[in-house]
Design a protein around this ligand. Sequence first.
Ligand SMILES: Cc1cc2nc3c(=O)[nH]c(=O)nc-3n(C[C@H](O)[C@H](O)[C@H](O)COP(=O)(O)OP(=O)(O)OC[C@H]3O[C@@H](n4cnc5c(N)ncnc54)[C@H](O)[C@@H]3O)c2cc1C
Length: 407
Amino acid sequence: MKLIIVGGGASGLMAAIAAARTMKHSEDITLIESGAKPGKKILNTGNGHCNMTNERALPMAYFSDDAKLLDDVMARFSYRDTLDFFNEIGIPAISRDGYYYPKNREAAAVRDALVSEVQRLGVRVVSNSKIIKAEKNPDCFVLTAESGREFRADRVILTTGGMAAPKTGSDGSGYNLAMDLGHSIEQPLPGLVALTAAEFWVKNLAGVRLEGTVTLVVDGIRRRSQQGEIQLTDYGISGIPIFQLSGDAVDALSAGKKVAIQLNFWDNKTETDILFALKMRCKARPDWESGELLRGVVPNKCIPTLLNLAKIDLHVPCKTITVSSLTKLAKNLSQLTFTINGAKDFESAQITRGGVPLAEIDRNLQSKITPGLYFAGELLNVDGPCGGYNLQWAWTSGHEAGLAAAK
Ligand SMILES: Cc1cc2nc3c(=O)[nH]c(=O)nc-3n(C[C@H](O)[C@H](O)[C@H](O)COP(=O)(O)OP(=O)(O)OC[C@H]3O[C@@H](n4cnc5c(N)ncnc54)[C@H](O)[C@@H]3O)c2cc1C
């Protein structure tokens, strides 16, 4: 039985290892990768540290079109199995509040350990070979590479990823292969991505990083909040808390809804508490210039914009600021509103939402449409939050597809 895995990312490497540990003749397994070496994206994960899994990576944390199937698959290879697996191939992990990283904090160690294990098991790796066409004949699958070279196999696992960070190889070509073999594709959208804002003043805040709380507001209703390091940019707003809200924001925008992000600069205090604090500061230092009122509270670069939005001149003494201006300032410090008009593109997105629907595969990740075809990783319509969840899905689905396809 010949097995081909198309795509040497996290899920493809895991699928190759699981299959090679199950099949008698691992030389019958071929891993085809369009890039020069498998696992390029892994190097970029977790800012080069690779947040490889998370103790909260449970099915309910993910979005998919079939929660029951996701439950079933994830129960068979959990974050604990991931930790055991990596420990066994020489990568012990450390936890930072439930977020797991390789002990040496180097993503390259994760990639290298996976590639070494694939080689040790005797899997044939064909690099620099992009598959552009897939067919199912009565007796086998025929995969055609860009070069014209043909590969034949009895079973195929597609692990080509989505469209996020296309420079790492995941350029969306896998969707065509899935469609060649009879599958549909839920519209791919950028996920875990920065959001763009309409306000002219965002440019003035570019480069600022601050600890804050952001709240997603859809059609005027506050949906949910996230806390952490926020990055203000010349196009809008970014950072992990924004990534976590970006999926709902993009969905709401595509449904034609009005989307805003409100930023709280001051320990998530209410407008009333902030107004009180500002009044106290004015009372204590009536001769301070207005700019000094916010010194130490918000990043310096934000002060002129915040004062300007509250119609307060930069250099007037605090004692001259009117209550209505102070109230406006307090409001903006508790909920500065960014009108969201879009998201950044796949180049800067961490993941792709959408892909091959789970409705079209069975519990072994095998196609219900084309028997002998399996899927794993981001190519499937499953996505999780930032923080080790998406790699966990790649490990889980890669492992389960590899096992099943090898049997
Ligand atoms: C900057 C960044 C940081 C991230 N950090 C984290 C993190 O810390 N923790 C976390 O959980 N997740 C993180 N993610 C997400 C995570 O990396 C992905 O969800 C995961 O790598 C998906 O694995 P995959 O195997 O499905 O796809 P990919 O890793 O994208 O692999 C697909 C592979 O298939 C190859 N390929 C594509 N098409 C073809 C073709 N036609 N023929 C042959 N080969 C093909 C590609 O070259 C690629 O090597 C991050 C993503 C990015 C972009």
